[in-house]
Design a protein around this ligand. Sequence first.
Ligand code: 13P
Length: 365
Amino acid sequence: MAKTNQRFAEYLSPEKENELQQIALAIVKPGKGILAADESVGTLGKRFASIGLENTEENRRKYRELLFTADDSLAENISGVILFDETFRHSTADGRPFVKVLQEKGIIPGIKVDTGLVPLGGTFDESTTQGLDDLAERCAEYKKGGCGFAKWRCALRISGQTPSYQALLENANVLARYASICQQNGLVPIVEPEVLPDGDHDLETAQRVTEQVLAFTYKALADHNVYLEGTLLKPNMVTAGQASPIKYTPQDVARATVQALNRTVPAAVSGITFLSGGQSEEDATVNLNAINQYVGRKPWPLTFSYGRALQGTVLKTWGGKDENFKVAQNALLKRARANGAASAGQYQGEQQGSGESLFVPKHSY
Ligand code: 13P
């Protein structure tokens, strides 16, 4: 007999829900976070250009081999790695698929499934993110191929006129559709609505906009029946605009960030994994540490999912040269340890990172 009080059809079986929650919780185990190594071909090309290296498929493969074959101790602080489709299909020079290399270390492979930002018509230079069309099929393939989670990035811009209602609504909805499709295919969706650091706005403005973006996002996830325990949020930390004349302390950033999250992110969400957003390596570590030291209600693990802030020094140290492989790998281990400590609020500055800004205007991935 049909249940007359049933509000919607079953979305996930209890077994699927449990599987998703276990993956999400494994990623945010104490002292661990994510290495985002999912730069698209174009974005990695820009990084390579900074060290004078040609953007060939072999150089991209070699660089990812450097990252993934670092000493096994990497897994003490890195629980997951986000891959780009090309990298998901790549292997080490001696023929071991990267997915296997990571799994053998105890690291969960993840996959970027969005296909990039596109302009939103009739807005002041705002965007949405595309990639929904064949997403279910792609998720099924990635799951079968060993991935446990996925990432989809939306970007919102602060200016006099933005974010617009249109951009807030559209980006929240596309994130919810993505999250729903991932979950139905057994992948934990990392929901990433990034408020960009471009601009000269103050900390209060960044906090207000971040709260607004997250409120829209969680309304949409609720509308789409997304199982929150089987998700992770990847937000920006609340920082002033990169050109702000006012300088704030890590404690200011921590208060604004935790307050914004408390006001908008349900406690059911399994964890929060911040992007580094162009902060220097050291700032990203120190701010994460301050967030974890902040005294106040924090119902979720708060850790890292860094691209630039884990890889800046690694890339420079490598410089595209085989003889630098090992030292570059050691640089990765050092940043992973530092951020692992920061995720527990125990960073003492002993693994100091570079202070060089990693800001990229209008950053795309
Ligand atoms: P950054 O840490 O370089 O901001 O990038 C993380 C990421 O995965 C953005 O989608």
